[in-house]
Ligand binder design. Structure first.
Ligand code: CMX
Ligand code: CO
Length: 142
């Protein structure tokens, strides 16, 4: 059911500074920068690797304000690992199956994620304390 680790989401105070740090330290490059008002974030995706199921990335997240998921997280816990995101082939099927097992879905239907993806979150309290995101990537050009 899971294709790969699509990305790890990392909360930070200053996106530009954190991008520069990741580029200098790990030699990764930014492949997308977006503002996602619905998620309350300014974000960058840094490419790590490509596999059969698609790419894997580091997602750096700066909150658009204090009253957003990442803003609240920073105030409570400070900078660091915010969520893990798994690639799935069919997000609606995955949500139905995982939701049916009793895990609370934070989204009733898929929302828009970075780079044209569809995303949905699972409640961290039902996943052993780990905020978990499901990601369906758009079809790759053949
Ligand atoms: N990882 C693990 N636990 C988390 C967490 C996280 N990222 N964020 C919150 N929690 C925990 C809190 O520590 C708290 O636990 P305690 O009650 O034991 O202290 C509990 O969950 C409730 O947290 P809260 O601070 O009261 O925050 P809310 O309940 O208002 O919101 C959550 C938490 C997960 C429902 C909310 O952050 C959410 O809906 N997240 C999904 C959307 C999102 O994160 N978008 C940004 C990323 C976008 C992207 O990846 O593209
Ligand atoms: Co994410």
């Amino acid at each position: 059911m899971l294709l790969r680790i699509d990305h790890v989401g990392i909360a930070c105070e200053n996106l530009d500074e954190k991008i520069a740090y990741y580029e200098a330290t790990f030699g990764v490059t930014v492949v997308s920068r977006e503002v996602n008002e619905e998620q309350g974030v300014k974000e960058a995706m840094l490419h790590v690797a490509d596999g059969e199921g698609g790419g894997s990335y580091i997602q750096l997240l700066e909150p658009l304000g204090p009253d957003t998921p990442v803003g609240k997280f920073l105030a409570k816990r400070g900078e660091g690992l915010h969520h893990i995101a798994y690639g799935v082939p069919d997000i609606e099927a995955a949500m139905e199956r995982i939701g049916g097992s009793g895990v609370r879905l934070l989204d009733e239907r898929p929302r828009h994620g970075a780079m044209g993806t569809s995303i949905a979150f699972l409640h961290p309290k039902d996943v052993g304390g780990v905020l978990t995101e499901l990601v369906e990537s758009p079809p790759r050009p053949s």
